[in-house]
Design a protein around this ligand. Structure first.
Ligand SMILES: [Zn+2]
Length: 235
């Protein structure tokens, strides 16, 4: 089995900086779903599909390089997409033009996703599911947990067998190594194209909403944050 995992981030930034002094020692921790009010059905599905956990406070901030835009960071979403695959190879035309035919199979879990949503300060529990910052971060989760990404990945990885011309007429360790390399590269290339699709949509979301501070334009109104009245961003 080969394994690959990648992490990318979304960053949300505060527009309004609270004038109140921060406590000297910031609290950190996780926000268990069991402590939150039951989410609306649409969000419950998303949390489940996106394998989302919520954390807050300095100590839990994901280790990520963030752009410095000169204002405090209020929240961020880190997504991880991972996959495992195996391949089966047979040799053809051993005498004339030997080549290996490799079929790739993803593990049953396919393209798996996992999200960590971080907040500088824990949002209020009572209004958690209508908090604009929470909804903005969940809009990111909506993008990177889109089931269409997993099915696109699956189709592209598995649809066609790989043909690798080889010199040997028997299955040597050199042939195995070459087949492995070709298979890994094939899957990695498709994986990178999936990541760039997510990346483009993450950037688009942050650009059009100024990291959640503005409502989405009408043509993009399929996201969670637009189901709520517009409220200025900031904690
Ligand atoms: Zn964002």
């Amino acid at each position: 089995m080969s394994h690959q995992q990648h992490r990318l981030i979304c960053a949300a930034f505060a527009i309004l900086v609270s004038a109140a002094a921060s406590p000297a020692i910031a609290q950190s921790g996780t926000i268990p779903l069991s402590e939150l009010p039951p989410p609306p059905a649409q969000i419950a599905d998303l949390i489940d599909r996106g394998n989302v956990r919520f954390v807050y406070g300095w100590d839990t901030r994901p280790d990520a390089k963030l752009p410095d835009i000169g204002r405090p960071l209020d929240g961020l979403t880190v997504y991880e997409l991972s996959y495992k695959f195996e391949h089966h190879t047979s040799l053809r035309n051993r005498n004339s033009s030997p080549h290996a035919v490799t079929r790739i199979r993803l593990s049953e879990s396919g393209l798996r996703c996992k999200h960590t949503v971080w907040f500088r300060e824990a949002p209020r529990i009572e209004t958690f599911w209508s908090n604009p910052l929470v909804l903005h971060e969940l809009d990111h989760v909506l993008i990177s947990s889109d089931p269409r990404l997993a099915s696109l990945f699956l189709t592209q990885v598995q649809d066609q067998p790989l043909i690798t011309p080889i010199e040997a007429s028997s299955y040597s360790s050199a042939v195995a190594a070459e087949v492995n390399r070709v298979a890994k590269e094939h899957v990695a290339t498709i994986y990178r194209s999936i990541l760039s699709l997510v990346d483009i949509r993450y950037r688009e979301l942050d650009r059009v909403t100024n990291h959640g501070a503005r409502p989405l334009p009408a043509e993009l109104q399929l996201r969670l944050s637009n189901s709520q009245p517009t409220v200025p961003q900031g904690q």
